[in-house]
Structures are given as structure tokens and as C-alpha cells.
Write a protein that binds this ligand. Structure first.
Ligand code: DGL
Length: 255
């Protein structure tokens, strides 16, 4: 079984890519909805949650863990790997590299939570992979919470999206990296502002390919899915059709 987790609904965007890449694998998805959002928490707080969830999923029998959250990866992927040396761990990091390799203008932006924006890991990612490309880091407080509340086109959110994205486009940014898994669900709203002036960069498919490389025997299960949450698990089930993931609901069975 492959364990996938996030602070809430955002990691479902990664789960969708995982299910497509590994249709026979068994997945358990854990949403830490009692502690969402992670983006306004300290590194130590996020580490504590990630280690607790990792422990829980490993005890449940997960042979591979996918940290379907940029914020949790930045704060705690190293600690998680140290705690479970026998379990492969796949993290999710903003697609700085593909954006920097494909930009024509030499300017890219990355949209993240506040915690990711302030993390050493993002600084290192930019230092190692952006080369001469100019990177604008844009923290987007509140966006993940709108997704949690399934307010994907709330007027206040739409106004904030416009206020943050337009100045980036005016500076010549032509690649916008979705550096938080929740933001994949805001792509339609973002595209209303971006139009053809820039491309959105999402790493979910790349994360799924990396997971498939490491999955070995875990790729061959019964194609089942178990959804769990630290608070209000019923909301997780109800969110699937709203997030256009009704096809995933068909796989849900207790493992
Ligand atoms: N989905 C998470 C990420 O990828 C964080 C959202 C949050 O809990 O603040 O960064």
C-alpha cells in the first residue's frame, strides 16, 4: 500500500496523478484536516505533524510514502526519511527546474504558502536549479483555506489572485509554478487572469512518475483507495466531485 498525505485536500491533486500512473496500486490518503493549514505554522510544528502521520501510515503497512504537500516536504521530508530509513519517501517540491528550463523571458514566479516561501529548501532549490533565470517568490496566504472550504471562485479570492498575478505578468514572468498542491485546484481561476501570457507549471505528473519508479511490487495491488482525515473525514469524500475527482471515488474501499 502507498501512503499519500497532505494538510487537507490539496494532495488529492497529486493522488489523481498517482492513480493514473499506478492504476493497480492500493493507496491510502490521509488529510490532516485537524491541523490545516500548514502554511502559517512553524517548521517545528509541521515536522511534528509529518512525523506523527508518517508513523501512523508506516504502522498501517504503507511501504512507500508520498508527501503530497510542498510545505510539509520543505519542513520535514528529511526528518521523515531519517525516521523511516526502510521506507522510500517521495516529496513534492515546486517545479523550479522545468520552469527555468522552459522560460523564454528568463523570468518565472513560484506561488507558495508562507512557510514554503521562507524555507531554506526553496532557497536551495532556486540556487541549484534556476541558473540565470530570475525567480519571483509569491506567498499566497489564505488560498489553501479557500480550497479547503471549496470556495474555488469566491470573489475575495478572485480579487486576490488578480492582485498577485497581474504584477508578475507585468514584470515579464512567463512561467508560474504552482508551489502548493492546493493551488492545482485554482488553475481555472488562475488561467482567467493569466490567459496566454504565461504557462502554469504543476509537478503532479512528475511526482507520479517518480513514485512509479520506486513502487516496485506496490504497483501491483487491487486498485483500492482508502481516504482518512484527522477531522471531518466525510468532507473529504464529499469534496471529490466538487474537485472533479468523482472518478477516484469509485476506487474507495476499506483496505
Ligand atoms: N498543500 C500544501 C502545500 O503543498 C499546503 C497548504 C497548507 O496547508 O497551507 O504546500
Amino acid at each position: 500500500m502507498i501512503g499519500v498525505f497532505d494538510s487537507g485536500l490539496g494532495g488529492l491533486s497529486v493522488l489523481a496523478a498517482l492513480v493514473e500512473a499506478l492504476p493497480q496500486a492500493d493507496f491510502t490518503y490521509y488529510a490532516d484536516t485537524a491541523h490545516v493549514p500548514y502554511g502559517n505554522k512553524s517548521e517545528a510544528q509541521i515536522q511534528r505533524r509529518v512525523l506523527a502521520i508518517g508513523e501512523y501510515l508506516a504502522n498501517e503497512g504503507c511501504g512507500l510514502l508520498v508527501v503530497a504537500c510542498n510545505t510539509a516536504t520543505a519542513a520535514a521530508v528529511q526528518a521523515l526519511r531519517t525516521a523511516h530509513p526502510g521506507v522510500p519517501v517521495v516529496g513534492v517540491e515546486p517545479g523550479i527546474k522545468p520552469a527555468a528550463q522552459s522560460t523564454k523571458s528568463g523570468r518565472i514566479a513560484v506561488l507558495t504558502t508562507e512557510a514554503t516561501a521562507g524555507s531554506q529548501r526553496l532557497k536551495h532549490l532556486i540556487r541549484d536549479h534556476a541558473g540565470p533565470v530570475e525567480v519571483f517568490v509569491e506567498p499566497c496566504p489564505g488560498w489553501a483555506t479557500h480550497v479547503e472550504m471549496l470556495q474555488l471562485d469566491a470573489p475575495a479570492l478572485a480579487a486576490d489572485v488578480r492582485a498577485r498575478i497581474e504584477p508578475l505578468l507585468d514584470r515579464g514572468v512567463d512561467r508560474i509554478v504552482l508551489g502548493c498542491t492546493h493551488y492545482s485546484f485554482l488553475a481555472p481561476l488562475l488561467l482567467q487572469v493569466v490567459g496566454t501570457r504565461a504557462q502554469l507549471v504543476d509537478v503532479a505528473a512528475a511526482v507520479a512518475r517518480q513514485t512509479r519508479r520506486l513502487a516496485a511490487d506496490l504497483a501491483h495491488g487491487s486498485g483500492r483507495l482508502h481516504l482518512q482525515a484527522s477531522a471531518h473525514p466525510e468532507r473529504l469524500h464529499a469534496a471529490l466531485p466538487r474537485l472533479h475527482l468523482a472518478h477516484i471515488a469509485a476506487r474507495i474501499r476499506q483496505l
